[in-house]
Design a protein around this ligand. Structure first.
Ligand SMILES: NC(=O)c1ccc[n+]([C@@H]2O[C@H](COP(=O)([O-])OP(=O)(O)OC[C@H]3O[C@@H](n4cnc5c(N)ncnc54)[C@H](OP(=O)(O)O)[C@@H]3O)[C@@H](O)[C@H]2O)c1
Length: 339
């Protein structure tokens, strides 16, 4: 049966999605503090927004950036060198920044969020090498994919966008909390949701159908529900762990790998492709919300921001503390014995 509310929301997001240009003025080059000594992890860091986030972080001199993304042929070497090259200052004249960048370690952490085993192994590899984690950006995501399931049988968008990240957080939480105890620490988790959460079914999350491919549910509703869950994850992590700041953000409408996938699959997106640059922002603008949320002092834990610095624009169902509490309980049960 067609959910009219979700259909209208889908058309609105397709045609008039927010570019995320407005909101608080935030220029990463000017407004981001030094990240000296910080350890950062970015999921989906090989994708367009994730890579841009890593580039901006690298320009602010952290100790180590981990790019957590799907296994690939060269084990991430080309992604790491692309980030390093893009972050490096112009070749001449030489400045102190040259020196700074050469000190930023960047590692590729092969991680498939669609598999508990892979997430567990990635977290274990991270923890072998590091005993602190200052910033985690939960950015990986999928949108328009054929119905399918993760290794453990969860609906694929929900499994990757939400559940894989929820598991990663459980595995890395002891490290995040240990880091929060260190002098001067400012530990952040930025969960990348989407304005597209408005396309979720009216119930927000259809708990009864999360196991299985959900063939009868439109892709945009499956995506919307996973992004409602990401907002809920941020709220619940913030509630249970007040020592750290956890927020959800919308990056804006950006032509990325995800949008190119949509253009392949959708007639409407193909038809509007020639004019889509008029309605989209560049990845450099798209990541401002990620970066603001990861570093700005005024960020409030537990909130959803869209656009930069503007809280509380999520739908009523995504705001519902009862829904996120139920999600937390459901998640605890599903992950019992996994962590
Ligand atoms: N672009 C937009 O307009 C927009 C708007 C709102 C929200 N967002 C959100 O922004 C985030 C970043 O997306 P993007 O636009 O930068 O798209 P993207 O370029 O497709 O990046 C997504 C990244 O996630 C990775 N990924 C996919 N499945 C994964 C898995 N099972 N395990 C680990 N990593 C996986 C992708 O790898 P592969 O490329 O190898 O599949 C890719 O590197 C997503 O959460 C998205 O929902 C984007």
């Amino acid at each position: 049966m067609i959910d009219l509310q979700a259909l209208v929301a889908s058309a609105r997001v397709t045609l008039f999605a927010s570019g995320n240009q407005s909101g608080v003025a935030f220029d990463p080059a000017r407004d981001m503090p030094s990240l000296a000594g910080k350890i950062i992890l970015v999921t989906g860091g090989a994708g367009d927004l994730g890579k841009q986030v890593a580039i901006e972080f690298a320009r602010h001199n952290p100790a180590h950036i981990y790019i957590a993304d799907l296994p690939c042929a060269d084990h991430g070497a080309s992604v790491v060198s692309a980030i390093r090259d893009a972050a490096a200052p112009a070749p001449a004249p030489a400045t102190d920044d040259d020196d700074k960048l050469s000190h930023v370690a960047i590692s590729y952490l092969e991680t498939d969020l669609a598999s508990f085993e892979s997430v567990r192994s990635a977290a274990a590899r991270f923890c072998e090498g590091q005993d602190r984690l200052d910033i985690a950006v939960l950015n990986a995501g999928i949108m328009r994919v054929r119905p399918g399931t993760t290794a453990e049988g969860y609906e694929i968008a929900f499994g990757i966008n939400y559940l894989g990240h929820a598991l990663l957080m459980r595995l890395l939480m002891p490290t995040l909390l240990r880091t929060a105890d260190l002098p001067g620490a400012d530990v952040r988790v930025v969960a990348v949701s989407s304005e597209g959460h408005v396309m979720a079914p009216k119930e927000g999350i259809l708990f009864e159908s999360l196991k299985g491919p959900c063939e009868d549910i439109k892709y945009y509703q499956r995506y919307g529900q996973s992004k409602v869950a990401v907002i809920g994850l941020a709220r619940e992590l913030a509630k249970w762990h007040p020592q750290i700041k956890v927020v959800a953000v919308h990056p804006g409408r950006v032509i990325t790998g995800m949008a190119r996938g949509l253009q392949r699959e959708s007639l409407l997106f193909r038809a509007t492709a020639p004019i889509s640059p008029l309605f989209c922002v560049s990845p450099a603008i798209g990541v401002r919300n990620h970066l603001w949320a990861a570093t700005a002092p005024e960020v409030e834990s537990g909130k959803y921001y869209e656009p930069v610095g503007v809280p509380d624009k999520e739908t009523a169902i995504a705001k519902d503390p009862g829904l996120s509490a139920r999600l937390w309980e459901w998640t605890e049960k599903e992950l019992e014995g996994v962590v």
